[in-house]
Structures are given as C-alpha cells and as structure tokens.
Design a protein around this ligand. Sequence first.
Ligand code: SF4
Ligand code: SF4
Length: 55
Amino acid sequence: MAKTIDAGVCVGCGSCAGACPVEAIVQDGDKYKVTADKCVDCGACESACPVSAIS
Ligand code: SF4
Ligand code: SF4
C-alpha cells in the first residue's frame, strides 16, 4: 500500500522527497505527491514530514 500525501495539509517543504530512498515523491505545483507504483511503503517520508501530511 503506497503512502499518500494530503495536499490540503502539505506545506511543500520537500523533506519527504529528500527522505525517500526510491525517489517516489515528486513536486506537483507547490505541493508534493507520491508516485504510487514506485513507493515501497518504507515509512521514511511519514517520519520526515513536519506536519503529518503523509499516511
Ligand atoms: S513510504 Fe518510503 S518509498 Fe514510499 S514514498 Fe515514503 S519514503 Fe518513499
Ligand atoms: S514533508 Fe510533508 S509538508 Fe513537506 S513536502 Fe512532504 S508532505 Fe509536504
């Protein structure tokens, strides 16, 4: 199950993209999004997000 980013909560800091070991998180306008078929569900992005936008 891939992680998802709640765009309404995300503040666009980019911490999650830097934490992802498989480069599954990409910028989408002023927010970020998870490329579901690349995500290996490691949880690193969730830990890196300062506003708990990822679940
Ligand atoms: S759970 Fe892991 S692999 Fe999936 S987007 Fe987050 S950091 Fe990347
Ligand atoms: S770490 Fe959280 S707030 Fe920052 S870009 Fe990722 S989802 Fe958005």
